[in-house]
Design a protein around this ligand. Structure first.
Ligand code: ZN
Length: 203
């Protein structure tokens, strides 16, 4: 499987990092080795002093497809979850400054946490879902899918122009504002429309 991620999909997050709001989705990938195994803690890697959480809605693809039209995209997934796109922000800024690819900052082992999957039919409107990340019991990030610049279906249409999507692939749909650093001992909890959607500890 592969992990496809969307960058700058919420205007307020693009602004907080000093980036332009994109005219089309910003796409990058993580390898399958980036998945944090279920039940594991997240270990801060040695090469970064500024690892950020980015809480995102994650879509699991359950049908093979290529060049999918936006109006048919909803047939290609039936489950969503919340995940964390862990990012070594210091390394990412360094790479961006040199116009180099981001992979070292975003695709390292453990950099993709995904929580519990829910059937999309549990939600009346996927474009009106609220979600939160709590750090040590306090809300750090709060998002609403209605604020996405590109909807899930539009993302699938765009991504599948370039890559065949396969069963089991995950799409991280971008983070809202409020990203911040993690420290050893932090407890992170994810909440999707008021439901517990995942938890992990930082080590
Ligand atoms: Zn992200």
């Amino acid at each position: 499987m592969k992990i496809i991620c969307i960058g700058r999909n919420y205007a307020d997050h693009a602004k907080e990092l000093g980036n332009q709001v994109p005219a089309e989705p910003v796409i990058f990938m993580k390898p399958d080795s980036a998945i944090l195994p279920k039940g594991n803690a997240f270990f801060i890697p040695e090469f970064s002093n500024d690892v950020h959480f980015e809480c995102e809605v994650v879509v699991r693809i359950d049908r093979l497809g290529k060049n999918i039209e936006e109006r048919f995209a909803s047939r290609y997934y039936s489950q969503i979850a919340l995940g964390i796109d862990f990012t070594a922000r210091d390394l990412q800024q360094e790479l961006k400054a040199k116009s180099l690819p981001w992979e070292k900052a975003k695709s390292f082992d453990g950099a993709a946490f995904v929580g519990k999957f829910f059937d999309k039919s549990d939600f009346s409107n996927l474009e009106a879902i609220s979600f939160q990340l709590k750090k040590n019991g306090e809300i750090a990030q709060s998002g609403h899918t209605g604020d996405m610049l590109f909807s899930i279906d539009r993302i699938i249409a765009e991504v599948s122009k370039y890559f065949t999507i396969k069963i089991g692939d995950l799409i991280y749909t971008g983070t809202p504002a409020g990203v911040g650093a993690v420290a050893i001992g932090d407890e992170l909890e994810l909440i999707l429309e008021g439901r517990p959607a995942g938890a992990l500890r930082v080590k």
